[in-house]
Design a protein around this ligand. Structure first.
Ligand SMILES: C[S@@+](CC[C@H](N)C(=O)[O-])C[C@H]1O[C@@H](n2cnc3c(N)ncnc32)[C@H](O)[C@@H]1O
Length: 261
């Protein structure tokens, strides 16, 4: 019953969408009125019935000042080359502490457990809904998830490795029309966050970063690090910005692992 209703609605949607380019004025008006009706009703509907959607909207409007990337997209083993390289660098070192900054729903932390079987792993995320989901899957006493970021970092740091993956960015900065990032996600916010995290990284520690809108090399703390050479570095294939918030003209080599001196 539900399956046939779903099929019927999909067919209806395809039909109405096809009216967008129709020359028939009635068809065209039907398309646009349905489109407006959908937009007006779907947002409150999703807000009421999807906890995830609600968490993203509340984050954007009430914690906009503190939030970096709003999207919580994540997946298991998303950065195998970075994880493998950091594991190699750590070698047999004992009692290591790892921070996954912006861990979303926990997949990154559970992946890290596979690479670092004995480490204490702390996953923090500004979105409480993400952290609740992450905690619901956890039965590992050496994994801690928290949305109380400053407190958790202070209580558990300093760390041997900090991962800041797909956090220090905003999707809007990747729109073709964005030339100046200052009103979306300014360099200053990136620089301040890296500087704060740097405070909680041990000397000889590792800072791994990927999918950021700016270069780590442009931050105030960059001189305390050297970039690790190797095949884990890639040429950027997306829009990036300079410290003056202006869009870079050319693709650059992205260093993704930095070693603290
Ligand atoms: C795209 S997800 C990245 C998840 C994971 N690191 C990965 O690469 O798959 C970005 C996450 O950063 C979190 N985030 C944004 N601003 C943050 C902040 N100020 N402190 C901690 N987490 C933040 C978001 O809530 C979101 O879950």
């Amino acid at each position: 019953m539900l399956a046939s209703l779903h099929t019927y609605l999909s067919l209806l949607k395809t039909k109405i969408t096809s009216f967008k380019t129709s020359k028939n004025i009635l068809h065209k008006s039907l398309y646009y009125s349905t489109f407006i009706l959908w937009k007006v009703t779907s947002i409150p509907y999703r807000f009421l019935f999807s906890a995830e959607y609600r968490s993203l909207i509340l984050l954007k409007y009430f914690k906009g000042e503190y939030v970096h990337q709003i999207s919580n997209y994540t997946t298991y083993n998303r950065y195998p080359d970075i994880f493998y390289k950091t594991k190699e660098l750590i070698g047999n070192k004992k009692n290591i502490k790892i921070l996954s900054f912006g861990c979303s729903t926990g997949e990154e932390v559970y992946t890290l457990r596979q690479y670092f079987p004995n480490a204490l792993i702390i996953g923090v995320d500004i979105n409480k809904h993400n952290i609740q989901k992450a905690i619901s899957k956890n039965n590992d006493p050496k994994i801690i998830f928290s949305y109380k970021i400053d407190e958790t970092i202070q209580n558990n740091g300093p760390f041997d490795i900090i991962f800041a993956l797909a956090v220090l960015q905003r999707t809007q900065n990747r729109h073709a029309s964005t030339y100046d990032s200052s009103h979306i996600y300014p360099f200053n916010k990136f620089n301040t966050q890296i500087t704060q995290l740097n405070f909680y990284l041990k000397s000889n520690g590792i800072f791994a970063i990927d999918f950021a809108d700016y270069l780590f090399e442009d931050t105030d703390v960059a001189s305390q690090y050297h970039a690790l050479k190797g095949s884990h570095n890639v040429i950027s294939d997306r829009l990036m910005f300079k410290a003056n918030n202006q869009r870079m003209k050319n693709n650059v080599l992205l260093h993704r692992i930095f070693l603290k001196k």
